[in-house]
Design a protein around this ligand. Structure first.
Ligand code: NAG
Ligand code: NAG
Ligand code: NAG
Ligand code: NAG
Ligand code: NAG
Ligand code: NAG
Length: 353
């Protein structure tokens, strides 16, 4: 009798194990931060039972022990989880807008009108980020650069963007215009993107140019000329050297005439002749401006337009200075004579008052 009961219990337990099960299609999903994942899951139970409740849990470490906490009790996950299964045989769960710390073990449990059953096995979810790397991140123009998109999920293909525009090759020789911010995305999942990483391309000064400014003082005659050297360079040019070419000697030689971004040349010194140019230098190299001719011979100190303007200025002043006293004298004389007339008139009418 005892044996029969024992046998029945064992048989019944065996039947339970056979009839009740939870199966996860992919027990080790890997997903990207910000994306969604679906745990495909199915469950079965003995015929004739009704499912009352389904519940998903996350394994949480509490005081050194792992406990299963209902997702509905985890406020940070609750809103992002969606039960896409039913109360028949589908127990799939979707998680949205994944965060790195969603990584972990997930369990399913269902209760029928007769008993409850929780999954012994779990889904282990890994949430990972895309990490873009530009290697090396600072290069000189012409050097090789490699773009790497790293992640702990298996990544079939990554696409690259630089400042919003697609990059065709992840390996290239950097030019000045390749400097910028790069990020990678998962092909077919473009919303999953890495943080941008910067590429800095160093190059020697280019487009070195000289700006010429005649500095005019109170006498109206330019007394000095300021030459300003500018260039496009990375890092910015720090050292400037000014040269003047000696044209008088048959073999033209260069004379170093100054340093610094601005060179002030007194007008009187222009009579020494020769075109000027500047050399801009940064840590990568140097480059020269084209020559600037401030003066061709002793007769033209300035551009003729400047000269004309100055001469016109002098002319107008001379006219004003000469004519003004005459006008004043004339006006004064006229004014005093009319005063006399008025006085006479006043006398005429005063008798009536
Ligand atoms: C979750 O959603 C509820 C209602 O929709 C809202 O009150 C609550 O602030 C949300 N919690 C989080 C963590 O987003
Ligand atoms: C999980 O990460 C999110 C965003 O990084 C953070 O707001 C939240 O506090 C973290 N939750 C836990 C339990 O550490
Ligand atoms: C100097 O600059 C010009 C353009 O301004 C550029 O074409 C040339 O390559 C530069 N030379 C060097 C040595 O960098
Ligand atoms: C011209 O250069 C001198 C010396 O570098 C400077 O003191 C002056 O401010 C400059 N003048 C102008 C108008 O740039
Ligand atoms: C700029 O000039 C200073 C002083 O002459 C020198 O120490 C420095 O090395 C120069 N920098 C470059 C990039 O040539
Ligand atoms: C710039 O001019 C200097 C002096 O003439 C010369 O030595 C140097 O080679 C020139 N640099 C370039 C890049 O042309």
């Amino acid at each position: 009798m005892m044996i029969t009961i024992l046998l029945l219990v064992i048989l019944k337990a065996g039947a339970l194990r056979a009839g009740l099960s939870v199966t996860f299609e992919n027990p080790n999903p890997c997903a990207f931060k910000g994306s969604s994942v679906e745990f495909r899951c199915s469950y079965s139970y003995d015929d004739g039972q009704t499912v009352i409740e389904t519940t998903w849990y996350k394994g949480e470490l509490k005081d050194g022990t792992w406990v299963r906490v209902k997702l509905s009790d985890l406020p940070l996950i609750k809103n992002r989880s969606e039960y896409v299964g039913d109360k028949q045989h589908d127990c799939s769960l979707a998680l949205h807008d994944l965060q790195l710390n969603d990584t972990g073990y997930y369990y399913f449990r269902f209760d029928t009108d007769k008993y409850g059953r929780r999954s012994r096995k779990s889904v282990y979810l890994s949430v990972t980020e895309l990490r873009a790397r530009v290697h090396p991140d600072t290069v000189r123009a012409g050097d090789d650069v490699t773009l790497e998109c790293n992640t702990s999920c298996k990544l079939h293909s990554a696409l690259w963007y630089k400042d919003g525009r697609p990059v065709t090759k992840p390996k290239f020789q950097a030019q000045a215009e390749d400097a910028g911010k790069y990020l990678c995305v998962v092909e077919g999942q473009e919303s999953v993107r890495s943080d941008p990483v910067a590429l800095d391309v160093h190059y020697p000064p280019m487009d070195v140019s000289v700006e010429v400014r005649y500095i005019v003082n109170q006498t109206d005659f330019p007394s000095i000329v300021n030459l300003t050297c500018s260039s496009s360079a990375n890092p910015a040019a720090v050292n400037y050297t000014w040269f003047r070419r000696k044209t008088k000697s048959s073999s033209s030689s260069l004379l170093q005439v100054g340093s610094g971004q601005v060179l002030s040349v007194p007008i009187v010194e222009l009579s020494h002749g020769g075109p000027y140019n500047c050399q801009a230098r940064n840590t990568v190299g140097e480059n020269n401006s084209t020559e600037v001719l401030l003066r061709e011979d002793d007769d033209s100190t300035l551009t003729s337009l400047n000269y004309i303007l100055i001469l016109v200025g002098i002319g107008v002043k001379a006219v004003i200075l000469l004519v003004l006293p005459l006008v004043i004298v004339w006006a004064w004389r006229r004014g005093s004579s009319s005063d006399v007339e008025k006085e006479e008139n006043n006398c005429d009418f005063s008798t009536d008052v």
